[in-house]
Design a protein around this ligand. Sequence first.
Ligand code: NAD
Length: 264
Amino acid sequence: MPDLMKGKRGLVMGVANRNSIAWGAAKALAGEGAEIALTYQGDAFGRRVKPLGEEIGAKLLLPCDVEDVTTVDTAFETIRQEWGGLDFVIHAIAFSDKSELKGLYADTSRENFVRTMVISCFSFTEIAKRAAELMNHGGSMLTMTYGGSVRVMPNYNVMGVAKAALEASVRYLAADYGPRNIRVNAVSAGPVRTLAGAGVSDARLMFNYQRHNSPLRRNTTIDQVGGAAIYLMSDLSNGVTGEIHYVDSGYNIMSMPSLEELKK
Ligand code: NAD
């Protein structure tokens, strides 16, 4: 079914490089005919994101650091001026101090707790509010979460707490904006080798563990997330809102490691 996104314009936030989950979504949506705007965090990322934007014909490439709300406002104001409206937004942004993505959750500092929550959780609410102002004919919003929100993953720590709050935000935003025909969902991806993913201590072990113990026996790819993004951003999912949609080879349904792993 080609051109599922034809005539739709969307903002994808969180492309750092070719491995980014946001890039998987941007590529997939552009491939279905969507017009894409990208944001990047600071000039160093901007240099890497520019050629990627060119690859998918993204005409808008905007700086945006969610720790500086003026850059968020400027990005949305530019979209308002250039496009006049918006059909979808994808938020694939998270950060926590690497030194606290290991050891005990109990050791999380107040400073990093707040910073992690603002960047990885509150920014979605802030972005949703601005995006909704541009969604005059309904729309679709998506954020990225991880199963460490509902079950303890070693070393994921404060990021798991932020993702739990992010998932609750999805439900509250879905209730807020539903009457305006704006849908809000999250994809909960299995571990993917990205810049952010590598910040979690022992990421390689978790990556391999999920491959060996998920029903599909494979790791999650950014293209699989891209496929889900097409569904959630397009009219195919127009009865779906407030959902946490797992793209994790089924890992989340399991209650114990696979028997073949245990018997090794
Ligand atoms: P990534 O490093 O490619 O992307 C993270 C993005 O967050 C980067 O583009 C970075 O610039 C951006 N970012 C961080 N702080 C920011 C700030 N202050 N302002 C603006 N942007 C900021 O890594 P990724 O794995 O593609 O992460 C994307 C999302 O997917 C994150 O929310 C992450 O938690 C989530 N996720 C990742 C995995 C995984 O295993 N990699 C699994 C599930 C969910």
